[in-house]
Design a protein around this ligand. Structure first.
Ligand SMILES: CC(C)(COP(=O)(O)OP(=O)(O)OC[C@H]1O[C@@H](n2cnc3c(N)ncnc32)[C@H](O)[C@@H]1OP(=O)(O)O)[C@@H](O)C(=O)NCCC(=O)NCCS
Length: 205
């Protein structure tokens, strides 16, 4: 069963609000800021649920690749607002789709997103994860960091056991990322979105 109140029930360490602390690689932590919003950080990036005020930056970050591989076409202010609203409803109601913004610790800027769908299962314990990093922030290891923080969130706040990526065969960057993040190739599968390469990784214990 999935924990239906992930924010309220999860362990956290209080620290100065909205400040990223430096942590060792193995010391990724949950924190709550002064607004009591869930925040996960490794000292370089932090994740927190997307909020209405992130809409403009989220839309501005959508380039061709993001639109082709993630959004299923160009977004508009209205579709982004609807996405964030639905995401907030999921967080509030313990729904299956948990979308985080990825933020740079130094500037507090939104640099991408990462989302888990706890209901999109192939096998028991598996959950579907999707992600994107805005163009100007790519190739700095931020997607790898976001995936590790998502792993930490899933391990601590849910009963998920394996993360699944579904990647279009032509999405070279994402395929390489999956390999670099030590995901295991499972093959090509027909999905509602078309033929997708599936990769899985155990959630760390
Ligand atoms: C895929 C994506 C999230 C990668 O984000 P990123 O922050 O640049 O990735 P990282 O810097 O963490 O890259 C880690 C590794 O992935 C691989 N990789 C990432 N981008 C790559 C690219 N364009 N070409 C080849 N390998 C790439 C490399 O092995 C890289 O390690 P290296 O830089 O030491 O060589 C980003 O390109 C993106 O947002 N693309 C559009 C949205 C998308 O496709 N989302 C996934 C849908 S399934």
């Amino acid at each position: 069963m999935i924990d239906s109140f992930p924010i309220a029930r999860h362990p956290f360490r209080k620290g100065p609000s909205l400040i990223c602390h430096l942590h060792t690689a193995s010391e990724k932590v949950f924190e709550m800021n002064s607004l009591h919003i869930l925040k996960l950080t490794d000292g370089v990036i932090f994740l927190r649920p997307l909020a209405a005020e992130d809409a403009a930056d989220h839309l501005a970050g959508e380039d061709e690749e993001m639109s082709k591989w993630v959004s299923g076409g160009r977004s508009t202010p209205a579709t982004v607002e609807a996405f964030i609203r639905s995401s907030q409803e999921n967080w509030r109601g313990g729904g299956p789709r948990r979308a985080f913004g990825v933020f740079d610790c130094v500037s507090n800027r939104l640099v991408g997103f990462i989302e888990v769908n706890l209901a999109r299962l192939v096998e028991p314990g598996q959950v579907n994860v999707s992600y994107g990093v805005f163009r100007q922030w790519r190739r700095q290891g931020l997607a790898l960091r976001a995936i590790d923080l998502m792993d930490e969130y899933l391990r601590t706040a849910t009963e998920a056991r394996q993360m699944v990526f579904r990647i279009a065969p032509a999405n070279t960057a994402s395929l390489k990322l999956a390999e670099k993040a030590s995901y295991t190739f499972r093959g090509l599968f027909d999905e509602p979105e078309g033929r997708m390469v599936r990769y899985v990784r155990d959630i760390k214990t």
